[in-house]
Design a protein around this ligand. Structure first.
Ligand code: FAD
Length: 389
């Protein structure tokens, strides 16, 4: 029975990066895909938004918000840029602070090239079925093989995008070892219209505007996009991190306009309201928001003005559902980080078992934060393992 020093479960962002940092340590990387790094390739629309200049715990959501601090301190955006510079990989910075590669392939090829070939076996096309620990040795059963290792790094990601390898396997493994799971939900995704909303907004499909949207204590001002199915775009994606299902969101369709002043400026205008609003927003959106309101401003009562302000600047939308896992960039929730060491990412329940990347209850905002966490958690675990060998 061959026993590997380390088995890395998952050849995604965090698994591959950890393997690259583990040098000549004897290891096996197991993945269900025929190829490694499928989500890395798909990331950032093929340009891989691999990190962000503005980095900090405040860009992540977790039931244990301080957990991530140590990993972020141990691996900064500049550390990944240094790796890219050393290997002549081009990247660029957008005004939003997001770092992008020229191509996701460059990032994936770099990760693969940094993994020591002699000491590493790739077991691709192997779907992991179970992991158990007997007498200090982990037994990893796949649909084709059984592998043994002294240490396991579980880097199996979350259930989003099945076709790119997304599964809940990490959660099952963690639960079997006694870990608890913070209830997962799809995040960085759009909202789906209910029947009534679809009737109201369907004809706006294709329209993008800047809006301010809020839910509970969270607010974002960015583009929203009307689709046939629902509401999408970066502002909605960002808000979805905090879980929107069955919650009410507020939309200000005119975040750059002082609405009261605008009405005051037009108080004597006898133009139709849709014509007045056409100066500051797409006319078909104003018609939808006005519904049956057909008074002119000189005839509007105080109550009417309040109605207009609520419709245009504080539109209430009850979210019945968001997109499912197959259309969401990440899965929020996951393995409870209170049961994981924030320094080493080792399980506090099972010695020599490490969890890194998206499977943990740490979810980053839109903008390169999830890949950055994949790198940072991989770095922390690899460093601890190398010190321990
Ligand atoms: C379309 C899309 C675009 C994205 N773009 C960005 C972006 O630009 N920037 C950003 O920061 N984040 C982005 N993300 C999120 C980011 O890709 C993930 O958060 C990141 O890849 C997580 O890394 P990971 O190593 O934890 O998991 P993954 O990269 O998902 O790797 C997990 C691996 O485990 C394997 N696996 C799962 N179950 C099994 C099993 N039972 N047996 C064997 N193998 C298994 C999978 O095949 C996969 O290779 C995007 C996600 C998607 C879906």
């Amino acid at each position: 029975m061959k026993t590997f020093e380390i088995a890395i479960l998952g050849a995604g962002a965090s698994g591959l990066f950890s393997a690259s940092l583990l040098g000549k340590t004897n290891k096996i990387i197991i993945d269900s895909g025929i190829k490694a790094g499928r989500k890395v390739l798909a990331s950032g629309g093929g340009l891989c938004n691999f990190s962000n200049k503005n980095m900090g715990a405040e860009y992540y959501f977790s039931q244990n918000p301080h957990f991530i601090k140590s990993a972020l301190a141990g691996f900064k955006p500049q550390d990944f840029l240094d790796v890219l510079d050393e290997n002549n990989i081009s990247y660029y910075l957008r005004s939003s602070g997001q770092y992008f590669a020229k191509s996701s392939k460059d990032i994936l090829n770099l990760l693969l090239s940094k993994i020591d070939k002699q000491s590493t076996i790739f077991a691709l096309d192997n779907k992991i079925i179970s992991v158990v620990k007997n007498d200090d040795i982990f037994e990893i059963k796949t649909d084709k093989n059984v592998f043994y290792a002294k240490k396991v790094i579980c880097a199996l990601g979350g259930p989003t995008y099945k076709k790119l390898g997304g599964t809940s396997c990490a959660f099952k493994i963690a639960q079997n070892f006694g870990h608890s799971i913070i209830p997962p939900y799809p995040a960085l995704c759009g909202i789906i219209w209910d029947k009534k909303q679809k009737k109201i907004f369907e004809d706006l499909a294709g329209l993008t505007i800047k809006a301010k949207i809020s839910c509970q204590n969270y607010t974002f001002t960015d583009d929203i996009l009307f689709t046939h199915e629902g509401l999408s775009g970066p502002a909605v994606f960002k808000l979805s991190l905090y879980g929107l299902k069955n919650k009410e969101i507020l939309i200000n369709f005119l975040p750059m306009v002082n609405f009261k002043d605008f009405l005051l400026q037009n108080k004597n205008s006898t133009k139709t309201l849709s014509n007045i609003f056409a100066e500051i927003m797409p006319k078909h959106l104003s018609l939808v928001l006005l519904k049956d309101f057909n008074k002119t401003l000189p005839n509007a009562t105080k109550q009417d003005l309040k109605y207009l302000e609520d419709s245009f600047c504080a539109y209430k939308l009850k979210v019945q559902n968001t997109y499912d896992y197959d259309k969401s960039e990440v899965c929020a929730g996951g393995i409870n980080t209170k049961e994981i060491s924030s320094k080493t990412f080792e399980s506090r329940k099972i010695e020599n078992l490490y969890f890194i990347g998206e499977c943990l209850d740490i979810t980053g905002q839109l903008g390169g934060y999830n890949l950055h966490f994949a790198w940072a958690s991989a770095k922390a675990a690899a460093k601890a393992i190398l010190q321990d060998l």
